[in-house]
Design a protein around this ligand. Sequence first.
Ligand code: ADP
Ligand code: MG
Length: 686
Amino acid sequence: MTAQKQVLKIIALAGMYFVTAWGVSVLGLPEGFSLPIYPAAGVALGGIICCGARLWPGIFLGGLAFNAWFMNYVAPAADVPVFTMMLTSSGMALAAVAQALVGGFLFNRFVSSPTPLNRTKDILIFIFLVAAVGCTVSSSICLTILGWGGHLPWEKFVYEGITWWLGDVMGVLLVAPLFFVFRQPLSFRWTPARGIEVGILLLLFYIISQVVFGGWLQYSHYPLVYLLAPCLVWAAYRFGHPGTVLAILMVSSAAIWGTMAGRGPFTLGSLEESFALLQSYLLVLTIMTLILSAAATEAENAQTQSGRFGRVLDESSNEIYLFDAKTLKFIQVNRGARENLGYTLEELQSLTPLDLKFDFTRKDLETFLKPLRDGTDDLVTFRTRHQRKDGTFYPIECRVHFSHAEVYPVFVGIVQDITEKKKTEEELAVHRHHLEELVLQRTADLESTHLQLLHAEKLSATGKMAASMAHEFNNPIFGIRNVLEKIMRRVQMEDNNKRFVKLAIQECDRVTLLIRKVLDFHSPSTDEKEWIDVHESIDDMTLLIQKRFSVRDIHMVKEYAADMPPIEAVPDQFMQVILNILQNAEEAIPEGGGRITITTSATNGEVQIQIKDTGVGIPTQIMKNIFDPFFTTKPSVKGTGLGLSVTYGIIKKHGGKIRVDSLPGRGTTFTICLPVRQEIPAALRG
Ligand code: ADP
Ligand code: MG
């Protein structure tokens, strides 16, 4: 597909080349007048620039066909061998290819945009490098070939060379721009009004060209060629590049048409003089129009751009102020600033930045601006505030530059309303402060938790130690008891002494029991529920701490229910619950001693154990925390804050409930309720 397209393009280019070259020759030759324009050169260059160097075969084919035709046409009778003729034609066609390729290379290398028509620099490069230098290729090669072939006397070499070169240059300048015009979108919109305008313009052009080059006037050589200039300007001004390029083409055509017919201002002397005059006229006209059109486009683009930039600045959400470097009066203030301040531009133009009630004086302001004036700094930035027309203030951040570029030096202030920013900053500061506090508090919490954990670990270690010591005591006490029994049996003693030994044996039994209880309690929990006797378990536990109670003058009262069913529980866990509550009760009772009452009762389906102390009570505000792990009000060496949390866990696991009532200063009562299963094994029933 693409290859097919490429071939079509090559054929089209060959056709265009041949037709344009042939056309001017047919027009010119009958008059014995070789034309000042060779448009085929423009076709070749335009084709190469717009469609790529790969189209060169088109130029070659078109050139070959034209050259062959031309030689036959000019000298049909000449006795030139066909082979020589073909060789000459091919050589000249190759020269045309070379010229187009050189021009294309120069264009791509030095012109920075797809079309040279938009910028003065580009059009100058196009005219004086691409066209003028590029077109030396074909004329020099072809004339050399013709000279060698004997078709051209050497003495006419220079004159022919210049004419040929000028013809090519004109062809390039007139025709190649047509290709560029198609390369860019129309710069104006096509409307019916435009159509009418084109009609009028064409009519005017027709009339003027008839007047200047036509036969309307009696004397046809008046120098009226300037009359065509308005048409060119009109076309260029109103119809952009297409208008310009077409107008130049039309004016050139009219000039050639008139001059060929022997009319118009260029036919004064000999044919050669007319020819030179026409060529120089067209050259200057084309060059000037192209340059003017590019300059106009450039200026228009710059204006559009600066207009757009001005609009962007005016609509910017930043406030932009221009103020006179000398008087400090505002010159220009953008819309954002006017709207925020509530002043009109006219009002502002009689004010200076100081009237916006900066926090500082004129002297301060001058100190700020000094480095800008001295050139020691490009930019100063500061924060202050502005006062609106209605008297309210808003905080701002201001960046000021100094601009020498203006006729009068000015300062440019770019101001940002930082009300929101400041609010956010303040909020952020509050949050940061809060966060810091939180972190500190959490750190403190963690530290105390760490201490408590250490303590809990220590307690567990001492527990283990106590258990192992109890184990160690077992054997010696058994031995002592044996000895005491033997003494009882074998030694005759007074009754009094016998009583002492008996007492010693009893104490040994008590210690053995104590040791067994400690070991039982300490042995790892199996987590297996057993049927237990509530009263027996409580008694076992109180046995362990009885001694301590009596030391501290704590009186223990047991009010046991007469009829207590056995319950299902993990024995050591149940005992731990009782121990934890008894320990807390003991710790709550002040120096002078007090009383701990253990009351049990059994109602339908439930066993209730109440442990009541006469301690200090629990302050209401910490009531909700006492079951939390690690919550303690005791010094860290004493409390771990784990007792009640562990108790709570055990009771929940047994499907029971725990309740606490306390009167600060009067005492605390913990009530445990545990469920009783209906089907109690027969062996256990009372
Ligand atoms: P610890 O005994 O190690 O402090 P607990 O979990 O056993 O930890 O108890 C938590 C807190 O509950 C105690 O520090 C104490 O303030 C309060 N508390 C528990 N029982 C009583 C009680 N009988 N009388 C007063 N306060 C108590
Ligand atoms: Mg405790």
